[in-house]
Design a protein around this ligand. Sequence first.
Ligand SMILES: *[C@@H]1O[C@H](CO)[C@@H](O)[C@H](O)[C@H]1NC(C)=O
Ligand SMILES: *[C@@H]1O[C@H](CO)[C@@H](O)[C@H](O)[C@H]1NC(C)=O
Ligand SMILES: *[C@@H]1O[C@H](CO)[C@@H](O)[C@H](O)[C@H]1NC(C)=O
Ligand SMILES: *[C@@H]1O[C@H](CO)[C@@H](O)[C@H](O)[C@H]1NC(C)=O
Ligand SMILES: *[C@@H]1O[C@H](CO)[C@@H](O)[C@H](O)[C@H]1NC(C)=O
Ligand SMILES: *[C@@H]1O[C@H](CO)[C@@H](O)[C@H](O)[C@H]1NC(C)=O
Ligand SMILES: *[C@@H]1O[C@H](CO)[C@@H](O)[C@H](O)[C@H]1NC(C)=O
Ligand SMILES: *[C@@H]1O[C@H](CO)[C@@H](O)[C@H](O)[C@H]1NC(C)=O
Ligand SMILES: *[C@@H]1O[C@H](CO)[C@@H](O)[C@H](O)[C@H]1NC(C)=O
Ligand SMILES: *[C@@H]1O[C@H](CO)[C@@H](O)[C@H](O)[C@H]1NC(C)=O
Ligand SMILES: *[C@@H]1O[C@H](CO)[C@@H](O)[C@H](O)[C@H]1NC(C)=O
Ligand SMILES: *[C@@H]1O[C@H](CO)[C@@H](O)[C@H](O)[C@H]1NC(C)=O
Length: 685
Amino acid sequence: MVVPHLMMKMNIFFFFYVTLFQLLINPALSLPLCTDSNAPHTPKTPLVFCNYNGSSCCDSTDDSNIQKQFESMNVSQPACASVLKSILCSRCDPFSAELYTIKTAARQVPVLCNSTVSSRNNFCETVWDTCQDVSVTNSPFSPSLQGQSKLSDIWQSRSDFCNVIGRASVNESVCFDGEKVSINISTNSTKSTPTGMCLEKIANGSYLDMVAHTDGSNRAFFSNQKGQIWSATIPEVGSGRGLDLDESNPFLDLTDQVHFDIQFGLMSIALHPNFAQNGRFFASFNCDRTQTPSCAGRCACNSDVNCDPSKLAPDSAAQPCQYQSVVAEYTTNTTASSRTSVISTASPVEVRRIFTMGLPFTSHHAGQILFGPNDGYLYFMMGDGGGGDPYNFAQNKKSLLGKIMRFDVDNIPSESEITRLGLWGNYSIPRDNPYNEDKDLQPEIWALGLQNPWRCSFDLERPSYFMCGDTGENEYEEVDIITKNGNYGWRVYEGATIYTPEKSPGGNTSTGSINPIFPVMGYEHSDVNKNEGSASITGGFFYRSTTDPCLYGSYLYGDLYARYMWAGVETPENSGNFTTSNVTFSCAKDSPVPCDLVPGSELPALGYVFSFGQDNKKDVYLLTSSGVYRIVPPSRCGYTCAYESRTTGSTPAPTSPSGSGANMLKDSCKSLLLLLLLFIGLSYY
Ligand SMILES: *[C@@H]1O[C@H](CO)[C@@H](O)[C@H](O)[C@H]1NC(C)=O
Ligand SMILES: *[C@@H]1O[C@H](CO)[C@@H](O)[C@H](O)[C@H]1NC(C)=O
Ligand SMILES: *[C@@H]1O[C@H](CO)[C@@H](O)[C@H](O)[C@H]1NC(C)=O
Ligand SMILES: *[C@@H]1O[C@H](CO)[C@@H](O)[C@H](O)[C@H]1NC(C)=O
Ligand SMILES: *[C@@H]1O[C@H](CO)[C@@H](O)[C@H](O)[C@H]1NC(C)=O
Ligand SMILES: *[C@@H]1O[C@H](CO)[C@@H](O)[C@H](O)[C@H]1NC(C)=O
Ligand SMILES: *[C@@H]1O[C@H](CO)[C@@H](O)[C@H](O)[C@H]1NC(C)=O
Ligand SMILES: *[C@@H]1O[C@H](CO)[C@@H](O)[C@H](O)[C@H]1NC(C)=O
Ligand SMILES: *[C@@H]1O[C@H](CO)[C@@H](O)[C@H](O)[C@H]1NC(C)=O
Ligand SMILES: *[C@@H]1O[C@H](CO)[C@@H](O)[C@H](O)[C@H]1NC(C)=O
Ligand SMILES: *[C@@H]1O[C@H](CO)[C@@H](O)[C@H](O)[C@H]1NC(C)=O
Ligand SMILES: *[C@@H]1O[C@H](CO)[C@@H](O)[C@H](O)[C@H]1NC(C)=O
């Protein structure tokens, strides 16, 4: 009897010790998130048992299951019953993912506050004091002990118990004190709003995407819309040098595969998390089925979604689903040893077709690909297909349009398995994708209700902040925090406003049938189009570099038309409550590549802001139709930032720009014109 008991004590102790240790080294908080990685939502019918109205992780089914569990515990002592009830119900807390530390090792009971801070209860001690000698059937504190047990059967003393189950309620960690979690993090109120964003231009070329090398070096890959990818070396901030990128020597040239037109092209590139070792990388592009034999996927307009391809005309492309959205895998095809040195070219041979899908119209097919920093899965952003989403694809869980998808590209099933499962290519479905279990729905879906997610990123410091800019139709450009199974409302809502579709042959979704997650930031079209007629969001990054300390921690985004940039500051942290301000920007006088100015103004002539990029030093870039710009110390533009030290502000003497001599102006002008209508709400061609 005694021996297994002791061993169990040690195991539990060891398990929690490891958990605590991980927490200590990674105390970063996340946004409100449930233990199943879903965002909290407001239950349709109020909970009867658990006291969690409003935003919660439980619905009435969870509530009644918790009630059954509680009743089965058969706790006779009322005070202990009450604290145990609150502990069971903490699964409904909007911060339950933090309480149960799902990112490290999932726990059976929440982290109990073991506070020495006077403002918080020492709830852990309360639990011990009220329950230590009360018998509990199937106690959650000892899941491996069947039948009745007391806390004092498992732990010798209060401090034993609290050392394992508790956690000091310091401000940067979340613990349960018997009440709904409220996070009170002292925000850095001295943090000044940025006075301006200083840019330096480091290249003339026009690129759509940029990804940092996975080896942590100063190299990055750049891709253009036509279908070329380059490996480049990024100069030090303040070195006065330009981007070292040889236009005449692309790393990979896919131009003969890629259909390049107004809204078509090579949309995105992604490196496998182990790229430095395995050389695997991915490209997302569009192709024309009448031109390339491999451009042949199932049409997104099909009978499963009540869409007849022959009826798409006259608004559609020349042929139904003539243009397709593709994700393909490539390899550097060199030995590991040579990969660690300088990679110059990749094998242009495609290793594997990851995904192919025919597009109903010619707009809104996003196409960004990103590997999740926590899970290593490939996220693939897909727009609603355009046309004002007449078929209501974005809300239809049988359609992949208007969705964020999530693939496992490390476990590729056999061809027969792919066919049996009805997949759209060579990938498998991560077990915890929300519709993995439901045969009628598309298991690729991670999140839904998007119009054209144009540029998403994961916060380097808080990977659960998966941010996307999502374009609007008539009124509002939005920024969303993407969570598992989150429904971002389109086309029931545009932003937080009910949207009335112009055409609806595919029917409507009623407002009452969904739990939309509204944007956390954004801007009205009327804010930006006083002079010119359009608006289209380009989502950016949480700025995590110290190059501009006044921007640190702000989420940066912009408008395609380059007249405005915004910085969103979250107060309090992890609340989802963002205050945005438009940030003025200018070009450093000592910019390595001189900036052109908008005639009659001090504004740099950026052209169109297609994307933002981030390098291994966390510096942030603007990829525009006129070149590549980097955010540099504000003092170089004469902006004041109290946190900027004198040394980072020193301005080096500009040297003559190095890098490629190839003048891309002509090409970038062409793609500029073609891209003019890229992301805006107007959709039919
Ligand atoms: C939750 O809603 C129910 C029904 O409206 C109500 O009885 C209960 O008091 C509410 N609880 C809280 C904590 O607001
Ligand atoms: C609950 O506990 C009481 C005594 O405290 C006992 O008589 C009863 O049988 C128990 N019920 C169950 C279902 O274990
Ligand atoms: C919990 O509190 C007790 C004293 O109340 C303290 O000895 C112990 O170190 C604390 N444990 C943790 C993990 O904070
Ligand atoms: C945490 O709280 C303590 C006192 O409550 C305060 O001194 C400290 O600055 C806070 N830390 C952070 C990171 O806010
Ligand atoms: C948050 O903490 C500050 C000081 O750390 C305190 O003054 C304030 O009352 C707290 N607010 C809440 C809601 O607990
Ligand atoms: C506020 O932020 C600045 C810059 O990040 C830092 O130097 C300062 O110590 C912070 N102040 C507090 C009270 O946390
Ligand atoms: C960029 O373009 C300008 C002309 O607009 C040219 O003078 C300059 O040499 C180019 N720089 C690079 C690095 O290509
Ligand atoms: C890799 O290189 C070998 C020999 O150079 C070649 O046979 C093979 O087809 C290449 N594989 C890919 C995927 O390019
Ligand atoms: C899987 O990849 C192979 C090689 O590229 C390709 O021939 C095949 O069609 C792909 N399967 C699917 C379902 O796309
Ligand atoms: C969809 O809703 C709009 C108004 O919001 C309405 O005009 C239209 O008739 C509806 N379409 C269908 C098929 O119900
Ligand atoms: C930008 O901010 C300034 C104040 O800083 C304000 O006057 C201006 O209207 C804002 N413009 C937009 C488009 O929000
Ligand atoms: C949201 O942020 C604003 C500006 O900092 C602040 O005034 C407001 O109280 C915050 N709201 C909540 C719910 O925290």
